[in-house]
Design a protein around this ligand. Structure first.
Ligand code: SDX
Length: 385
């Protein structure tokens, strides 16, 4: 029996729970590597399919490996009719993240051996989910606007096909680069809350679909993946660039968290946010809409003020979610679909961690320090006040 209270790390802050070779997040210097490749290099030279292969298999694919991987993905981007029916039914009522979670969970029905945890079977399930999640996100976007479902176009890559299935228009080269960049930047980030929750579920030897459904539920929260939607809602609430400073100051005085800023690990500018910012500035050169121009003006004034007030002093800097919104608006994507896109991308990180963790599985079961009474005498209901 413990005599004195042990050290408790709330939220597992600063606690190492595993070792991994998938990604390195250098919070002090604002750096990120996937399997040893810098995020800047991958954002500039790679694509989401190649990054997904890198994360899952631990190496960049040869041309033959890449073509085979892409072929498998392209063959699986379609959705079963029952899944489309449920999405259509939920679209007018439920939040897109709740529909993502439900539709993803249904996919287990089409897997002949869902509980098979052999490496080959596990990777095959991850490929199926990587292929279908963007289609589910796009179908949600279509049915929310009471538009018809658009079948996938196998001539496009996963991220371009997502945009096509959402808008009915094949993206141009720059639009294709922007959406693929966002898929690459959101793919993996070590033991963030949703990836850790995926590992907790996988550690019980539940199946890939169960672990993925856990991850989607966890990613929804505004302190995590839901911050991208919340950050754009805040920028929209500010409305006029000249309101920015007043709005932020009042929010901080009211002890409100400014969405899109701060991070458990990064105590410097999130390197992913820097990349989003640079592509946003590039998109400003190409006829941006007035909406995007205004959003960006507000975002940049909010960023400047937050860095002045909380950057250097408290290590609260912009994270990827802050500028993701304005960039998605360049592509005409509704804010309610931002986190579903995050799900479609992060499936590569979740999947790679499941594969790695099952190599040396250990049930996740931490302790909590009990503060209640012991051996309380039971009182029959008629004697209780
Ligand atoms: C993602 O972990 C990952 O890797 C996640 C992610 C990924 O790729 O998977 O990077 C994606 O989720 C990015 C984070 C998105 N979330 C947000 O933008 C929501 C706003 N951010 C905060 O809620 C906060 O910064 C967290 C939750 C992200 C991290 O918070 P911590 O580490 O739990 O720290 P904390 O909430 O205890 O804050 C410490 C102090 C507090 O002030 P004091 O009580 O000490 O005076 O910093 C303040 C906080 O009030 N603070 C903020 C703030 N974030 C922290 N104050 C104002 N605005 C903020 N955004």
């Amino acid at each position: 029996m413990l005599t004195q209270k042990p050290t408790i790390n709330y939220g597992l802050e600063g606690i190492y729970v595993d070792e991994s070779a998938i990604s390195k997040v250098d919070g002090q210097n604002g750096r990120l590597w996937y399997r040893g490749y810098s995020i800047e290099e991958l954002a500039d030279k790679s694509n989401f399919e190649e990054v997904s292969y890198l994360l899952i298999y631990g190496k960049l694919p040869t041309k033959t490996e890449f073509d085979e991987f892409v072929m498998k993905l392209k063959d699986r981007t379609g959705l079963p009719d029952e899944v489309k029916r449920v999405i259509r039914k939920m679209a007018p009522i439920a939040h897109p993240m709740d529909i993502m979670r439900t539709a993803t969970s249904m996919l287990v029905m089409y897997d002949k051996d869902p509980n098979n945890r052999d490496l080959e079977s596990t990777v095959d399930k991850i490929i199926t989910l990587l292929a279908k999640l963007p289609s589910i996100a796009a179908a949600i976007g279509r049915f929310r606007e009471k538009k018809r479902y658009i079948e996938p176009d196998s001539s496009l890559n996963l991220s371009e096909n997502f945009l096509y299935m959402l808008t009915g228009r094949r993206p141009n080269k720059f639009e294709g680069k922007l959406i693929d960049l966002m898929f690459i930047l959101h793919a993996e980030h070590s033991t963030n809350a949703s990836t850790f929750s995926v590992l907790v579920t996988a550690s019980t030897l539940a199946d890939v679909y169960a672990a993925t459904t856990t991850g989607i539920g966890t990613l929804k929260g505004p302190l995590h993946g839901g911050a991208d939607e919340a950050a754009l809602n805040m920028i929209k609430a500010i409305g006029d660039p000249d309101n920015t400073e007043k709005y932020i100051e009042e929010a901080l005085e009211g002890k409100q968290k400014i969405m899109g800023f701060g991070h458990r690990v990064y105590k410097a500018y999130d390197p992913r946010a820097k990349l989003v910012r640079s592509y946003l500035e590039e998109s400003l050169i190409k006829e941006p809409t007035d909406e995007v121009r205004r959003l960006l003006q507000i975002a940049l004034r909010a960023e400047k003020l937050m860095i002045e007030k909380l950057g250097k002093s408290k290590g609260i800097w912009p994270n990827i979610d802050f500028l993701a919104g304005p960039l998605y608006r360049v592509l005409g994507i509704d804010s309610k679909l931002f986190t579903p896109i995050f799900v479609a991308s992060r499936m590569s990180g979740w999947g790679s961690h499941i594969v790695e963790y099952w190599n040396n599985n250990k049930l996740v079961r931490p302790l909590e320090y009990y503060t209640g009474p012991l051996d309380v005498p039971y009182k029959p209901i008629e004697l209780r006040q």
